[in-house]
Design a protein around this ligand. Sequence first.
Ligand code: AOF
Ligand code: ZN
Length: 372
Amino acid sequence: MSDRKWMARALQLAERGLYTTDPNPRVGCVLVKNGVLVGEGWHYRAGLPHAEKMALANAGENARGSTAYVTLEPCCHHGRTPPCSDALIDTGVARVVAAMQDPNPVVAGKGLARLRAAGIRVESGLMQTQAQALNPGFIRRMSTGRPYVRCKLAMSLDGRTAMASGESRWISSDASRRDVHRLRARSSAIVTGIGTVLADDPSMTVRLQMEDLPGVEVAENIRQPLRVVVDSSLRTPIEANILQSQDTNATLIVTTSRDERRRYALLQAGTEVLTHADESQVSLSLLCEQLAQRQINELLIEAGPTLAGAALQAGIIDELIIYMAPHMMGNSARGLLNLPGLEHMAQRIPLRIKDVRQIGPDFKLTLTPERD
Ligand code: AOF
Ligand code: ZN
C-alpha cells in the first residue's frame, strides 16, 4: 500500500513538467528511507537533470539505502545528461520501483537490467496506466514513429460550428477557450488548415496566465508549440497572424504546390515550407511521420470541418476533444466534420466516450475512434 502512496507522489511531481519537458518525457522520483521521504525531484526541461538526479541531490547522504520510486525506468545512456541508473548505483540506493519501462529504444529495459546487475532490488509496473497517461506522445513516438494526435472542435448542442455566413466567434465559452490553451501548451505542435487561416486569421499561440496552470512549474515564458499550416496551394498570406513569430519557432507550411514564387515569398517571411511533391493532396499520415522525426510528441489539430474530417478519415486521430456549448444554431448553420462518402449506417465512424466533464457552461467530451 505505501508503495502506491509514494508512486502517487512521484506521479504528481512528474506532472509539474507537463508544459516544459518536451521533447523529453515528464518524469518524477521520490526517495524513501524507513518510511520517511528523504528526497524528491522531477524532470523540468531537456538538458537539465533528470528526475532521479534531482531527487538524489535533494536527499544528499540520506539517499544511501533508500528506495527510489520513479515514474519511468531510469536511463542507462549518455544523452544530454549522464545515466541515472549509474547515479542510483553509485549513491547506494537499495531498491528501485519503476512505474513503466522507458519506450526509448536506447533504454528499453536496459536501465532496469543494469540496476539488477548491480545488486539493487528492482520492480516495474506499479501504477503503469497512470504513468503512461503522463506521456502519451513520447510513448507513441518512441514505439511507432508517430505523434499522439488530438483534434479539438467546438460545436453547438445541435452539432454546428459556424453560421451559414461563416460567422463562428465564439461558439464555446471563455472557460473552454482557456482549456484549449492548456491543450496547446502541452502539445509539441499545432496543425491547422488554410481554410481556418483565411477565415479566422488565428495566431495559434499559447496565451495563458499562471493561474490557468495549477500544480505545474513554469519558471519562465511558456514554450510555444510549433505551428503547422496545411496549405496545398500556398495561399497563406505573408501577413497572416500565424506566420508572425515572437518567441516562437518558424511556422511550417505543408503543401503540394510547386509555385516557386509563392514559396520564395513565404521563405523570405521566415516560414519553412515542406512539399509533399508526390501527392495530389497533403498526406496527413506522412506529415505525422515527418513531425515525429522532428521530435513532436503530442500534436493538436485545430482546424475546420474539411481538415478535421480528413484527419478522422485518414485514421490519424487518437483523441477527439469536443467542446459542446448549450445553444442551438439551427440547420442552416455548418456541420462539425466533412466526411465525404459517408452514406450508409454501416459506414458510420464508431467512437468511444473516454471522458465527459463540464467546463464553465460547456460540456467537454473526449472520444477515441474505435479501431479494430
Ligand atoms: C530518466 N529520468 O527524468 C527522464 C528520462 O537527452 P537526455 O539526457 O535528457 O535524455 C533524454 C532521454 O532520457 C529520453 O528520451 C528518455 O528516454 C529518458 N528520459 N529518463 O531516467 C528522467 N526525463
Ligand atoms: Zn535519466
